[in-house]
Design a protein around this ligand. Sequence first.
Ligand code: FAD
Length: 455
Amino acid sequence: MNAARQATIIGAGLAGALMATLLAQRGWRVEVFERRGDPRVHGFAGGRSINLALAERGLHALRAADADGAVLRQAVMMRGRMVHPLEGEPQLQRYGRDDSEVIWSVSRGELNITLIDAAEAAGAVLHFDRRLDSVDFDARVATYRGDLAEHRHPFHTLIGCDGAGSTLRGLMDARRALGERTEWLGHGYKELEIPPAADGGFRIEPNALHIWPRGRYMCIALPNDERTFTVTLFMALHADGSGDPDFDSVATAADARALFARDFADTLPLIPALEHDFEANPVGTLGTLYLDRWHLGGDAVLIGDAAHAMVPFHGQGMNCAFEDCVALAQALDADANLSTAYATFEAGRKPDATAIQRMALDNYIEMRDLVDDPDFLLQRQLELALQARHPQRFIPHYAMVTFMRIPYSLALARSEVQRGILEAATRGHASLDGIDWAAADTAVLALLEPLEDAA
Ligand code: FAD
């Protein structure tokens, strides 16, 4: 029944290549147009983060495309946060209860190539070096630029997977306002590299996401399978009166060395090319994109970052984009009418996108400031204890977002209730010893219904 259905996908990044795979597997005729060259020929020209944390939501989507095995073969397991205080030894804070609850560090380039291969194997036709330039929605023709020429292709419907700076979004908005609003974080990031040790191994613990929290700024490091780490420095773009460093005042290689010597001293021997990396790599900006509408009737729909870009601090942007792909494929399976299928997709996913955007913003404060705060650590201990006492009802916030596939909006609502229980139970306590367990149990039973994961 679906054999004649057709879609044109804009962007062969993470969401575009997965969306193409899922639709082609269902018998759709799929064409994909990508601005960059074919990464299998030219190498991956990323531009954004070099590696990413993959969690259950993303893995579930990769399973649907039969791409999970290939991706996990190249991934590095991360059991928890390795927190590096200003003074003292680093401490591992596990993400879950055991090694069944972990996340995976994957290379953006390798992941993208795996998904492009999967899309082609499923029958999608990919056109590289084709940047969407304009769309005639009445004539149903899109114009692309590439190889010093203009290329016109008819389309049936457009699926915008062209990322945070989406061209398709702008063209849709010109036809009917989408209600676009971006809130810039005012903080940016820069990537640096920890190379392998002299013996070819990892220089620091590989199975962890390393964090150097420093209050209003931080460094993190994720492992790569070639035994390197990608380090990312996050801090304010401009001075904000707090006296903390910012990218305006830390502008040169010498400034960077001085900052690292003062605040991240244990990383200095690990990053031999600090000066080079700092000067060569650009400062990335971060923001949250909100839209009132994600689709234009049955003509076009936006998914992934093009619809709801978020700050990266929950490690969920790609995971959420992959969930979008599965949800859109399901909506299209259930409804032959594109306009109503897109409306169903948007109504189902928008509250969840808004929820993870908010949780991603909150998590910046947790990562850069709270992970070495005694009150936060006590609440984290209590979370695990309450989970052990009420495994169906009290599931830690991080686990609901990362190891489950319940809607993000439900995870956010339950997390807010749970935070209230944790704050009330730990108020005035420095350890779990004096906790009023009866009161905590009563609150859990009264406020939290048993929870099952999405089917
Ligand atoms: P993109 O990956 O941006 O892909 C868009 C594609 O469209 C690209 O291939 C681009 O070349 C192409 N394109 C753009 N314009 C056009 C055009 N006009 N015509 C044709 N093609 C076009 N997410 C996680 O889940 N975990 C993490 O750990 C994580 N870490 C991150 C760290 C940083 C520093 C950043 C910035 C983001 C991070 N993210 C993470 C978020 C993640 O990168 C994005 O959510 C994800 O890449 C979104 O995928 P996408 O396909 O929607 O967009």
